[in-house]
Ligand binder design. Structure first.
Ligand code: NBP
Length: 504
């Protein structure tokens, strides 16, 4: 009965694809799903279409499923995050034996992962919370994997996780593509590593998703400026993204944007309608961006651009209100700009600079989180894990790895010389684009908040002196003085404060 190298529960999109990826790498995998229909359909599909089908074993009874796995068992969960994960763990526990390992690949909230790890280790089991990124294609041919948990549990899982993760070229850092069913990528550097203890993996995955939100929003703002301010059609804009994908902006999101923009609407047989023009302008969200922004607020980390991207989706969702307001609230009405080539170049600079700030915010948040939650995160390795497989994979992540390899204690990515120079080179164009957008009345919240972060971070003096004085005035919150050591707090008896009568 004991034949499987690993087990997997949850046969929706992610589970099916990850199971096939594991089987393609020569492992025998037992699969189980709450409703058996899915298991039957999946194994039937495998038998008909998948070269590795003999290594996929489907089970109806959870007890048989668990028994079929070699000890210490490794059981991957890819079920809906939240209560479904707890229910699945509860259903597995009676069948587990000492040292068995549950690996949660769902998008769990990292605090849930900490709770689950504690509860399972108290019962003699191990628990790994592993972020999985890359959607269904990533799961099938190589995702980015961000595991957190005990070192012992990781040592047991590591060979499989390294085999199935995305691979990047060891020299260029570019993702190695070309895997097909039954023929995975051989060689290359795996996009996985032990991120840290308990919830660290899911935390890093959450920040990845927060960065994904802002990365996407920045691209949308660049698109909106070319569309509205330059009067370009989707196909023309797609060509710009195609060119950008050959340079410093090269990334998966820029690549798919170029592709999306150059598609015509399949519902229009004439081929005269751009597909993107037919998509309703309301964006959904599943919560990981909101978790990132909420955690940044909790830790007091200045991740304003990431939060702005979440709010931009919220505003987009108010479609009916926006349509009604557009008839009442009037903005400027300027003709399209004619200096197209220069403005496109400036938009590219604004996009790159803002993207640097977005990543700087994500990494700054993780720096604060590791202190708060007792993790030791290796930021160079995290950037390396994100080089392939995941949605935010981009050439410039290699620059981030290099920056942290040069200085593991780097306070802020913007202080690494490559990024400092990039920001210096691009900032005039960045400011010009935001000024133009403002004059045209085109919202660019992510460009703007990224610039405010840059300008705030590089300001030796901010107006918080006045703010702290206000706090002391109405709430006796005290203040520090610029002519006294840090940590000495003062309070003014405001009613007794001598009022200035004449000009100073
Ligand atoms: P879903 O998130 O849609 O979850 C569907 C799976 O959860 C099915 O197997 C379903 O079983 C199972 N399930 C539910 Br719903 N309630 C359950 C319960 N109470 N007990 C046991 N099983 C239950 O699937 P997905 O999109 O493949 O995502 C799987 C996980 O991976 C999620 O946590 C997701 O956040 C994460 N993730 C998704 C992506 C992506 O691109 N989709 C990327 C990265 C991570 P049933 O068949 O019996 O209903």
């Amino acid at each position: 009965m004991t034949t499987a190298d690993i087990g997997l529960v949850g046969l929706a999109v992610m589970g099916q694809n990850l199971a096939l990826n594991i089987a393609d790498h020569g492992y025998t995998i037992a699969v189980y799903n709450r409703s058996f229909e899915r298991t039957k359909d999946f194994t039937a599909h495998c038998a008909a279409h998948e070269p590795s089908h003999a290594r996929v074993l489907g089970f109806e009874a959870i007890s048989d499923f668990v028994k079929s796995i070699k000890r210490p068992r490794k059981i991957v969960l890819l079920v809906k995050a939240g209560a479904a994960t707890d229910a699945t763990i509860d259903a597995l526990i009676p069948h587990l034996e000492a040292d068995d390992i549950i690996i949660d690949g769902g998008n769990a909230l990292w605090t849930d992962t900490i709770r689950r790890e504690k509860a399972l280790s108290a019962q003699g089991f191990a628990f790994i919370g592993s972020g999985v990124s890359g959607g269904e294609t990533g799961a099938r041919f190589g995702p980015s994997l961000m595991p957190g948990g005990s070192a012992t549990a990781w040592a047991s899982l590591e060979p499989i996780w390294r085999d199935i993760a995305a691979k990047v070229d060891p020299v260029t850092g570019k993702q190695l593509d070309g895997a097909t069913p039954g023929n995975p990528i051989a060689g290359g550097v795996s996009c996985t590593a032990h991120v840290g203890t308990d919830g660290a993996g899911h935390y890093v995955k959450m920040v990845h998703n927060g960065i994904e939100y802002i990365d996407m929003q920045l691209i949308c703002e660049a698109y909106s400026l070319m569309k509205t301010m330059l009067g370009m059609n989707a196909g023309e804009i797609g060509k710009v993204f195609e060119q950008w994908n050959q340079g410093k902006l090269a990334s998966f999101l820029i690549e798919i944007t170029a592709d999306i923009l150059q598609q015509t609407d399949p519902a229009d047989a004439t081929g005269n309608t751009w597909f993107v023009d037919k998509v309703l302008d309301t964006a959904g969200q599943k919560g990981t961006g909101m978790w990132t922004a909420a955690n940044a607020l909790e830790l007091g980390a200045p991740a304003n651009a990431i939060a702005e991207a979440v709010f931009a989706r919220a505003l987009s969702a108010l479609k009916e209100e926006r349509v009604a307001a557009s008839a009442i609230l009037k903005g400027p009405s300027l003709p399209v700009e004619t200096d197209r080539a220069n403005i496109i170049n400036a938009i590219g600079d604004a996009l790159y600079s803002s993207k640097i700030c977005a990543y700087a915010q994500g990494f700054q948040l993780m720096v604060q989180a590791q202190k708060e939650y007792n993790w030791t995160l290796d930021f160079g390795t995290i950037a390396q894990i994100w080089r392939g497989g995941c949605i935010i994979r981009a050439d410039f992540l290699q620059k981030i790895t290099d920056a942290y390899r040069n200085d593991a204690g780097l306070k802020n990515l913007m202080l690494d010389s490559y990024f400092t120079n990039a920001l210096h080179d691009a900032q005039n164009n960045w400011r010009e684009v935001i000024a133009l957008a403002t004059r045209h009345g085109i919202p660019v919240p992510a460009f703007g908040s990224a610039l405010a972060y840059f300008d705030g971070y590089r300001s030796a003096t901010l107006p918080a002196n006045l703010l702290q004085a206000q706090r002391d005035y109405f709430g006796a919150h005290t203040y520090e003085r610029i002519d006294a050591p840090r940590g000495e707090f003062y309070h003014v008896d405001w009613p007794q404060m001598p009022r200035v009568q004449s000009k100073m």
